[in-house]
Design a protein around this ligand. Structure first.
Ligand SMILES: NC(=O)c1ccc[n+]([C@@H]2O[C@H](COP(=O)([O-])OP(=O)(O)OC[C@H]3O[C@@H](n4cnc5c(N)ncnc54)[C@H](OP(=O)(O)O)[C@@H]3O)[C@@H](O)[C@H]2O)c1
Length: 335
C-alpha cells in the first residue's frame, strides 16, 4: 500500500482528497494535518467521514514524512513553497494543489505578488494535466496540480491549438464557477446572502489563472497566446462551466470537429466528448470527468466545458496524477 499524507486536510480540496483516498484500494492514509488549536479526530471534525479514524493535528514535517511515501499539499498559495521543498528534501513525492509550482518565478511573482523562494524546484515540477503530460507525470517527484479554471479551459481548447486551427486574437473565454472555488475560509463576498440569487463577473481579465492558461495554450500552439477571460460567480456550491468563443482559420464541418476531439482524447478516460447533448455541471459534479461539447455557429466555434472544480479541477486530478506516478490504473479510486 502507498502511504499518503494530506497537508491542509480540513479545506475543501483537502476533504475531497480524504474522501477519495480513504476508499482507494492501493492507498493507506497515514497523516492529516491543518491549523488547529489542538489535535482532533478527523471524523469528529467532519462526521460524514465516520470511516476515517485518524487524528488531524498541526503539521510537523519530519513526523509526517516518517510515515508516508507521497504527500498532497492542499494549502493556500505561497504556503506550499517551503513545505514542498522540505518534503522533497526528505525524499517524498509531492503533489501540490496550489499555484506555487505552476509558473516561472517571474510570472508567479507578478501575479501572486510574492517572492518565489524555491525557483530551483520549478525545473523539477511537472504540470499535472494527465491529458497532456502523462509521460512526464510518470517520472515526476513534484506535481504542480493545475488550477480549476485552467483545467476546464485548457481541456476545451487543446485539440484546436495543437492543430494550429485558432484564428489570431479571436479567443474569448467566459467561465462560471460555484462558491467552493474560493476555498473554505471566511470572506464577506462569499456569504450566503451575498451570493444567493445573484450572478456576477469578477476579476475581469485580471484573474490569477490567466498566465497558467496562456502558458499551456502557448506551448500547444508553439507561439504566444493571449486570452480574454471573464470569470463569474454563480450561486451553486461546486462546478465550473466554461463557454469559449473563437474563430477557426480553416473551414471544417461539425462532424470533423467532433472527430478531431474524439481522436485527441481517445486515451483520456476522464474526458468525454458529447455529440447530442451539451455539457452541464450537474452531469459532472462529484466526478472526475470533464465533458466537452462543440457547436459551429457561422464562422465561429463555441466550445463548452463542464467540470467539478473540487474533483477534476483539484483533488480528483491530484489522485489521477498519483495513480500515474505510482503505476496504478489511471482511474483507480475515481469515478
Ligand atoms: N477550491 C477549489 O476549487 C480549488 C481548485 C483547484 C485548486 N485549488 C487550490 O488548492 C489549494 C487549497 O484550496 P482549498 O479550496 O482547499 O482551500 P481552503 O478550503 O481554504 O483550505 C486550506 C487548507 O490549508 C490549511 N492551511 C491554511 N494555512 C495553513 C498554513 N499556514 N499551514 C498549514 N496549513 C494551512 C487550512 O487549515 P485550517 O482550515 O485549519 O485553517 C485548510 O486545511 C489552494 O491553493 C487553491 O488555490 C482550489
Amino acid at each position: 500500500m502507498l502511504k499518503t499524507a494530506i497537508v491542509g486536510a480540513t479545506g475543501y480540496t483537502g476533504c475531497e482528497l480524504v474522501k477519495i483516498l480513504s476508499r482507494h484500494s492501493q492507498v493507506e492514509l497515514t497523516s492529516l494535518t491543518a491549523v488547529l488549536e489542538k489535535p482532533q479526530r478527523f471524523n469528529q471534525l467532519f462526521p460524514q467521514y465516520v470511516h476515517v479514524d485518524l487524528i488531524c493535528g498541526n503539521l510537523n514535517i519530519e513526523e509526517v514524512a516518517q510515515n508516508c511515501d507521497l504527500v498532497f499539499l492542499a494549502l493556500p498559495h505561497t504556503v506550499s513553497l517551503e513545505i514542498a521543498s522540505q518534503f522533497l528534501k526528505l525524499g517524498k513525492k509531492v503533489i501540490d494543489l496550489s499555484a506555487d509550482y505552476r509558473l516561472p518565478a517571474e510570472i508567479y511573482e507578478k501575479w501572486y505578488k510574492t517572492k518565489h523562494s524555491h525557483p530551483e524546484l520549478l525545473k523539477k515540477a511537472v504540470y499535472g494535466l494527465p491529458e497532456l503530460y502523462k509521460e512526464k507525470i510518470k517520472e515526476a517527484e513534484l506535481i504542480a496540480n493545475p488550477g480549476c479554471y485552467p483545467t476546464s479551459v485548457i481541456l476545451a481548447l487543446a485539440p484546436l491549438f495543437k492543430q494550429g486551427m485558432v484564428k489570431n486574437n479571436s479567443l474569448i473565454i467566459d467561465s462560471k464557477t460555484g462558491v467552493s472555488g474560493a476555498g473554505r475560509k471566511a470572506d464577506i463576498n462569499l456569504h450566503f446572502s451575498e451570493v444567493i440569487a445573484n450572478i456576477k463577473a469578477y476579476k475581469v481579465n485580471s484573474h490569477q489563472h490567466i498566465p497558467e492558461i496562456e502558458q499551456e495554450l502557448s506551448k500547444l500552439a508553439n507561439e504566444r497566446i493571449d486570452i480574454v477571460f471573464t470569470p463569474h460567480l454563480i450561486p451553486v456550491d461546486r462546478g465550473i462551466l466554461s463557454t469559449i468563443y473563437l474563430s477557426l482559420n480553416k473551414e471544417i464541418s461539425q462532424k470533423e470537429i467532433f472527430n478531431l476531439y474524439k481522436d485527441f482524447y481517445s486515451q483520456s478516460p476522464f474526458v468525454k466528448i458529447l455529440k447530442n447533448f451539451l455539457p452541464q455541471t450537474k452531469d459532472v459534479i462529484f466526478s472526475n470527468y470533464c465533458q466537452l461539447g462543440m457547436k459551429m455557429v457561422k464562422e465561429k466555434i463555441i466550445v463548452i466545458s463542464a467540470i467539478d472544480n473540487l474533483v477534476k479541477g483539484a483533488a480528483g486530478q491530484a489522485v489521477q496524477n498519483m495513480n500515474i506516478m505510482c503505476g496504478f490504473e489511471e482511474t483507480e479510486g475515481l469515478m
